[in-house]
Ligand binder design. Sequence first.
Ligand SMILES: [Zn+2]
Length: 112
Amino acid sequence: MKLHYYCSSKSCGKLNSMKVKSNNRFDLKMEIGKEINQRCKHCGNHTKKHINRLRAEPNYTIIIGGVILAGILTLFLWDFGFISTLTSTIPIAIWVNENKKASAFNKILIRD
Ligand SMILES: [Zn+2]
């Protein structure tokens, strides 16, 4: 899961991202603890954030990968005609799935 947070430095406030293995905040707490203490990529200041304040975003790399895969499949299976409608559902299915995962992560907060 790719997580986003804003730099706590007032003069910076830029968006940072980090990659974690967890798909929910309960696992995340096990993985990295209740708080993050990350260095901002833009200004170098450390940002302390409770993990409830991290936001997940759909993984666009996976979505783009799905679009490319569908494109390749369509080219190879063009002769079958009906296949283009089938392959175009692949990136949509992946996109829906990625969005679901991200919104599920954002909805569920840990206590304390
Ligand atoms: Zn910063």
